[in-house]
Design a protein around this ligand. Structure first.
Ligand code: CA
Length: 381
């Protein structure tokens, strides 16, 4: 009732204003059957944006998210927010997205916050933390646990407004050209692994390499790297990583449910009228959920294809290797808090939420998965 009263009042005010103005200076107003006031002039402006991404153009999964986001916004806004999507390297390089959107070269970007650890080590916590939160928990922290406010505060320093815009779920530990039987096998291992996970691998004796997705296959095939993580069966199959390495390891200790991001240049964001801002908010939330749903639906079949059609050797990381990585992770993550006062607040917020959600999930999600469990897929020989 109150909303209706407000709309009616606004309508009367608007009509009154029109009468006072010179005829023709005010756009014709019409009340639709739903009660909304439509003004031909006010919502006629078209915003043509560029969205640059860290993903190869048309990559399934990760690369589908920005395409779908742009298409939905185009339809929702009746063409008023018209976004052209560029794959990595088309307008700027994959790892230049953050700076390019910050500087206004493009109005929007799609990527992952752990690529920007060089800006602030705490940025990575808005993507994923080794042995940290899964996708469901990240969504809880970001949207109802104070995470998003901190993310906005951090990115405001770089002229950016961030949104959660995708999640892959728990990833795989990666592709290796030799078996990993003990922590000794990680010594000197050159592995593509971004984010905090890369630093953890370094502490465990490995050599982390940061490469954008589009460069992984060639690096692995030519022996520039010995191992790589990418995403999970669905996206890894799309990259044909099984043709460059034989052993496929789980679990993805380093990326237990990474949030992907959409970033918007602050001036471009502030130039949008409130209805288009609301559409961006809603469309990014939708794509955030959409990606997790797609990976959940497609990873199973892709893993079957990898094992049954491509003879991939599935392996679980040994317990002592996982234990060593967990110890190194705790060290590396704790150091984030030392970077600056905002990094400490981000660290405290993340770790506090993790502690609380872990306690409850031990008797809910985790307890349920344990009682539902069936044996893991057999390790292949
Ligand atoms: Ca990954």
């Amino acid at each position: 009732m109150r909303q209706q009263y407000t709309q009616n009042s606004m309508h009367k005010w608007f009509v009154g204003l029109c009468l006072m103005l010179v005829l023709g200076a005010c756009a014709p107003a019409q009340e639709s059957p739903q009660g909304s006031v439509q003004s031909g002039a006010a919502d006629a402006q078209v915003f043509q944006w560029k969205m640059i991404t860290t993903w190869p153009k048309n990559l399934p999964g990760l690369g589908a998210a920005p395409e779908r986001l742009a298409e939905r916004l185009r339809v929702m806004s009746n063409g008023r927010l018209d976004i052209k999507v560029y794959g990595a390297g088309e307008l700027v390089g994959a790892l230049e997205v953050f700076d390019a959107v910050s500087q206004g070269t493009a109005q929007m970007g799609h990527g992952a916050a752990y690529y920007w650890r060089g800006k602030n080590p705490a940025a990575a916590m808005f993507a994923t933390v080794p042995f940290g939160m899964n996708g469901q928990e990240m969504n809880g922290w970001l949207h109802y646990g104070g995470g998003m406010e901190l993310w906005r505060e951090l990115y405001a320093q770089f002229n950016l407004v961030p949104f959660a815009a995708g999640n892959s779920g728990v990833q795989m530990a990666g592709w290796f050209n030799k078996e990993i039987n003990s922590i000794e096998d990680l010594q000197g291992l050159k592995m593509r692994i971004p984010g905090i996970g890369g630093e953890v691998l370094s502490r465990a004796g490995g050599v982390p390499v940061v490469l954008p997705g589009g460069e992984i296959f060639t690096a692995l095939q030519t022996g520039v790297i010995d191992a790589t993580e990418w995403v999970g069966p669905y996206n890894d199959l799309a990259f044909s990583l099984h043709t460059a390495a034989k052993y496929y390891y789980y679990p993805g200790w380093h990326e237990p449910g990474p949030t992907l991001e959409a970033i918007v240049n602050k001036e471009a964001w502030e130039a949008l009228p409130p209805d288009l801002q609301a559409m961006v908010e809603v469309a990014t939330q939708a794509i955030n959920e959409d990606m997790l749903s797609e990976f959940t639906a497609r990873n199973n079949a892709a893993l079957d294809t990898l094992i049954n059609e491509h003879n991939v050797q599935l392996r679980r990381l040994p317990e002592d290797v996982i234990a060593a990585l967990r110890t190194a992770s705790a060290e590396v993550v704790a150091e984030i808090a030392d970077a600056d006062p905002l990094a400490k607040r981000i660290y405290d917020s993340y770790m506090g939420f993790l502690q609380d959600v872990r306690r409850y999930h031990s008797i809910s999600e985790q307890a349920y998965l344990n009682v539902r469990s069936e044996p893991a897929p057999a390790q292949t020989e």
